[in-house]
Design a protein around this ligand. Structure first.
Ligand code: F6P
Length: 328
């Protein structure tokens, strides 16, 4: 391998810069040239790239976002787009492509593989932690801490006003962020898509524990962490529904993109460094169509094709515990 291309795609995640840095430094030791495409697959389709030398990745390990910029790219999901991407890779004489992103980005990488002769490797970079084959994705640990910091603050004001708060966290269709941040914040209830999608007619199960808490402790704060896409009409509508049903003020707070930004925590910088380095080493060993992940602290390869097929399961121990205390 003489030359590899890299790109960051989909929702940015804290630690993507650390992964870019690790790839460039590891490649440099083996005299491999690295070029970075801008704006995800769009930069690949438009031949918009820069050469990445060790000096270009100095002092980026602590920065959130991605120095290469990110984007979603609908064009790549057409046969013509995938063919065009492969043509650019061949023209630039790239022996391999590393895609740092989530499962949508991996699907894009797999589409290119239909037309490209070189090697393809994925690195899981998404705050959602929804990719099977790795214990954690890059960005997840930081997103938890960011959410936690905000939930703790809302707890203060919820206590002062004796309100119920619904706090919506990201995760697309995964409850990983909500379960983890909710547990760490001591949320009274956690709602995730994995527990079944809520509908207006079945919110009763949600109301009973709130009423019990009111009776037991007198009125106090009550926090429900809600993963996005758990209630089809939206978290604000759910808050109104609870207010109506209980006659108690219930507010919704949608954290949104604050969860994607910020300086990566140590765990994300270390994971990103490990996976970036491992990805390059494994390409040198001939790996193709694999994702570089980490399981039980060991770097592992996982077939890229499997990442989208099986939904990553929530931690069953934490799920059981949370459901036990919420129904008590
Ligand atoms: O995949 C990361 C993520 O932040 C999800 O949690 C969320 O559903 C989605 O991206 C939001 O995407 P966008 O920034 O394009 O609205």
């Amino acid at each position: 391998i003489k030359r590899i291309g890299i790109l960051t795609s989909g929702g940015d995640a804290p630690g993507m810069n650390a992964a870019i840095r690790a790839i460039v430094l590891t490649a440099s030791v083996s005299n491999i040239d690295v070029i970075g495409f801008h704006h995800g697959f769009n930069g690949l389709l438009e031949s918009d790239y820069q050469r990445l030398l060790p000096q270009h990745v100095a002092h980026i390990i602590h920065q959130g976002g991605t120095m290469l910029k990110s984007a979603r790219c609908a064009q790549l999901h057409t046969a013509e787009g995938a063919r065009q991407a492969a043509t650019v890779l061949e023209e630039l004489e790239l022996d391999a492509l590393i895609v740092i992103g989530g499962d949508g980005s991996f699907r894009g990488a797999l589409a290119i593989a239909n037309y490209y002769q070189g090697q393809i490797m994925g690195i899981p970079g998404t705050i959602d932690n929804d990719i099977d084959g790795t214990d954690f994705t890059i960005g997840f640990a930081t997103a938890i801490d960011t959410a936690l910091d905000t939930i703790d603050k809302i707890r203060d004001t919820a206590e002062a006003f004796e309100r119920i708060f619904l706090i919506e966290l990201m995760g697309r269709h995964s409850g990983y962020i909500s379960l983890s941040a909710g547990i760490a914040a001591g949320a009274e209830q956690i709602i995730c898509p994995e527990f079944g999608i809520l509908q207006p007619h079945n919110i009763k199960a949600l109301l009973a524990p709130i009423q019990r808490a009111q009776l037991m402790r007198g009125s106090s704060s009550y926090i429900i962490v809600v993963a996005e896409n758990s209630y089809p009409a939206g978290t604000s509508a759910l808050a109104e529904k609870i207010s109506e049903a209980l006659g108690i003020e219930c507010r919704a707070c949608i954290l949104g993109h604050i969860q994607r930004g910020g300086s990566p925590v140590g765990a994300d910088r270390i994971l990103a460094t490990k996976l970036g380095a491992f990805a390059v080493e494994q390409l040198l060993d001939g790996a193709h169509l694999m994702m570089a992940g980490e399981v039980h602290q060991k770097p592992v390869l996982y077939p890229l094709i499997n990442t989208g097929e099986k939904k990553k399961q929530l931690d069953p121990y934490l799920v059981r515990w949370q459901q036990n205390i919420a129904s008590d």
